[in-house]
Design a protein around this ligand. Structure first.
Ligand SMILES: *[C@@H]1O[C@H](CO)[C@@H](O)[C@H](O)[C@H]1NC(C)=O
Ligand SMILES: *[C@@H]1O[C@H](CO)[C@@H](O)[C@H](O)[C@H]1NC(C)=O
Length: 218
């Protein structure tokens, strides 16, 4: 579903939008061919902390376990994206977690974003795929979805001068998923940010939850 990750890509961030012009909410939109648009951001670990990511990371403790969510203050999601937005891949694909509906127009940025190793560790060590109170807590590991068959779809690569920011529909979720963990460790956080239309003031009810779904189907 994504271009082959390089070995330096530790996690992937998904910024999920739904088509708010046509559909009432995510639940409704995800079943429609023109329902969702997702930005995929490949992330690698380096030495320098990326302060923008603390907008999410500081809330991890509230969503350690499956099914948990928390409201967090709105922030500029654009700061989570790479600088060079004009270089991206685009294709029609599906959700990376069950029910894996084929309703996503994917945009994967070519340029990677960096966070610090400490920030990566925070993600890797905080989250569990199990419910709160489980007698056998399971760390959230390797929850990436395997690449799927192309099935005659086109994957477009686009490198002209691109947009200066995201602009489509409403941002409703940010999902972290591990592509390749250098140590074989992974994580997923599911971040739900809700915005009224771009022209309006942003809503303050941003919801953040862990995404504990493991992918077992193709
Ligand atoms: C989504 O919208 C549909 C149609 O208006 C409604 O029936 C449904 O309850 C809504 N779901 C959520 C989760 O808000
Ligand atoms: C995705 O599917 C829509 C609807 O069939 C089509 O108009 C669009 O060109 C497709 N996009 C890509 C990148 O293939």
């Amino acid at each position: 579903m994504t271009p082959s990750p390089s070995t330096t890509t530790a996690i992937q961030l998904h910024v999920v939008h739904y088509n708010s012009e046509t559909y009432a909410n995510l639940s409704q939109a995800q079943h429609q061919a023109d329902g969702l648009a997702v930005l995929g951001i490949l992330i690698e670990a380096g030495d320098t902390p990326n302060p923008a990511y603390d907008n999410i990371l500081r809330h991890l403790d509230s969503v350690q376990h499956a099914g948990q969510s928390v409201s967090i203050p709105a922030f500029d999601v654009g700061e989570l994206l790479p600088q060079r937005l004009g270089h991206f891949y685009r294709y029609n694909g599906s959700l990376t977690t069950p029910p894996c509906l084929q309703s996503v127009l994917w945009t994967i940025f070519h340029q990677r974003v960096r966070i610090s190793s400490a920030q990566l560790q925070q993600l890797q060590q905080t989250l569990f795929s199990t419910e709160p109170g489980s007698p056998h807590p399971q760390p959230l590991l390797d929850n990436f979805r395997e690449p799927q068959a192309l099935n005659d779809r086109l994957v477009l690569a686009s490198f002209p001068v691109g947009p200066t920011g995201y602009s489509t529909g409403e941002i409703i979720a940010i999902v972290f998923g591990v592509l390749v963990g250098c140590l074989g460790v992974g994580l997923a956080a599911h971040f739900v940010a809700k915005r009224i239309r771009t022209k309006r003031r942003r809503e303050q009810d941003v919801v953040f939850k862990s995404s504990s779904k493991r992918v077992t189907v193709g």
